[in-house]
Design a protein around this ligand. Structure first.
Ligand code: SDX
Length: 393
């Protein structure tokens, strides 16, 4: 079709993964989902519309979006027995551990949709994941603070339903500013896919063994938890809080990072692909000030973050290494302002990334040339040697 890239076979043999879903130009700071620039989608689209785009390859018509949205609404509830699941975890369990376990457990409740080669079963398990993840995330949070679980209210939109289940209580009606709903929806759009990052590659690798979608996504949740990946949004806020607690001396902190103090990195900075400003970070930075103004909240951590960026971008150490803010640098300030606990930030990343994981898994499964992922190695161990009886060692 016009406008589609075609690859010569030689290139295909060298590329680790061939995909038509997301395009990144790390030097130019470009990110497109199915050809659409992330800035346009963040400004004009919605999370469910972007989820449809990533999974089916085209922006939906009004009828297609209405049908997709309706299907998702019909699956937001969890099986009643599933609710016992949350009570079984320690109250202080990390919500990413609960989320990964719960997603894997979906394969025990929905044994009718595990066949990765049955299009209907793949569709229903995709819908079940998109509709149930917000419920699971909200229930994990409510359980951790000892508050009752609220059933989803399908008269609400996707994000509003999630916010209500997370922060609403049975005693009072839940009101939320539509502008805040729009910002969180936009943040989910920004996180929805990012080509072959660590967690997406994990989802594809697990799926390549023909494991079911629930198991593959659960593996992706676990990979995302790492502080070098999705867990960075939690690590950024902990870093900002640490700088604040130590008196807010940003210049001194940057010097300690440059001196490579063990375990000290500028979290939220740097990227495996972007050698320029992460286009998502630019959008998040603008949204951060809008949310704080809207909520009438001032946060010294935002000032520290902005000062960190200013100092780092003017410092050769970071410029030479092409270290710029990435998507995780500012998101935590917004999530904190919305009322989420720091350890739930990566769960929010997972909610956003879910459609991308699903789309990439479906693309991999639909490619008949896909073989089971089995990376080779360069062996650096001992050459052949023979067993030595223990008394001679
Ligand atoms: C995400 O892949 C994706 O697309 C991921 C993601 C997505 O949407 O899925 O974009 C989401 O994971 C964003 C990244 C979030 N992680 C962090 O913010 C953690 C902090 N960042 C770093 O850990 C690091 O920048 C990585 C892991 C993100 C990327 O590392 P690279 O490209 O492999 O860089 P490197 O480790 O080879 O480091 C190159 C140099 C080193 O210094 P020298 O050895 O040359 O002296 O840069 C330094 C590193 O020490 N460096 C940093 C740094 N990141 C790299 N120094 C200080 N602070 C940092 N953050």
């Amino acid at each position: 079709q016009t406008g589609y890239v075609t690859l010569d076979p030689g290139f295909v043999n060298t590329a680790s993964t061939v995909s038509a879903i997301t395009y990144i130009d790390g030097d130019a700071g470009i990110l497109r989902y199915r050809g659409y620039p992330i800035e346009e989608l963040a400004d004009k689209s919605s999370f469910l519309e972007v989820a449809y785009l990533l999974i089916y390859g085209e922006l939906p018509t009004a009828a297609q979006l209405a049908d997709f949205t309706e299907k998702i609404k019909n699956h937001t509830m969890l099986h009643e027995d599933f609710k016992n699941f949350f009570a079984g975890f320690p109250r202080d369990a990390h919500p990413m551990a609960v989320l990964a376990s719960a997603v894997s457990a979906l394969s025990t409740f929905y044994q009718d949709s595990l066949d990765p080669f049955d299009p209907e079963q793949v569709d229903i398990s995709s819908i079940r994941l998109i509709s149930k993840l917000p419920t699971i995330a909200a229930y994990a949070y409510k359980t951790s603070i000892g508050q009752p679980l609220l059933y989803p209210d399908n008269s609400l939109g996707y994000v509003e339903n999630f916010l209500r289940m997370s922060f609403g209580v049975p005693t009072t009606p839940y009101e939320v500013d539509p502008e805040i709903v729009k910002v969180l929806d936009m943040l989910f759009v920004l996180h929805a896919d990012h080509e072959q990052n660590c967690s997406t590659s994990t989802v594809r690798l697990v799926g390549s063994s023909h494991a079911n979608l629930f198991s593959s996504i659960s593996a992706g949740v676990n990979a995302l938890w790492g502080p070098l990946h999705g867990g960075a949004n939690q690590a950024v806020l902990e870093m900002l809080e640490r700088i604040h607690a130590e008196g807010g001396d940003v210049d001194a902190f940057v010097e300690r990072v440059k001196n490579k103090e063990p375990g000290l990195k500028l979290m939220g900075f740097g990227h495996r692909v972007y050698r320029n400003y992460d286009p998502r970070a630019a959008v998040v930075k603008k949204a951060t000030t809008k949310v704080l103004d809207r909520l009438g909240k001032a946060d010294p951590l935002l000032d520290i973050a902005m000062r960190l960026e200013e100092v780092a971008l003017a410092d050769d150490y970071f410029v030479e290494r092409k270290l710029y803010p990435n998507v995780d640098f500012y998101t935590g300030v917004i999530y904190k302002a919305l009322g989420f606990p720091t350890n739930a930030f990566t769960v929010l990343f997972a909610l956003g990334r879910l459609p991308g994981w699903i789309a990439q898994w479906r693309e991999m499964m639909s490619d008949p040339t896909t073989k089971i992922g089995r990376p080779r190695q360069v062996y650096t161990g001992p050459t052949e040697r023979h067993y030595v009886p223990i008394e001679e060692r």
